[in-house]
Design a protein around this ligand. Sequence first.
Ligand SMILES: [Zn+2]
Length: 93
Amino acid sequence: MTRLRLRPRQSLVCRQAVELVTDYLEGALSQTQRRRFEAHLTRCPDCPEYLAQMRAVITLAGSITPDDMTPRMRGEFIRLYRRWRADEAHDSL
Ligand SMILES: [Zn+2]
């Protein structure tokens, strides 16, 4: 079970946003989905950073398709993301 350090009020939306990140980066979202996703990014303190992290991972990996994103991989990305955020918090102290 993955524990996300997100506010409960936002966790469902953020989980949906995480599901959409790969499609977003590959330009596979419909216009409506893309708008909703971008609207969430403007309000959410966490997802833009997750998106940046995913973009970096995809750049390294070449490309990634939604089918490649197993729940285990998703967990790995989330762990990377949290670690990255922790490092950044440490730097700012
Ligand atoms: Zn979010």
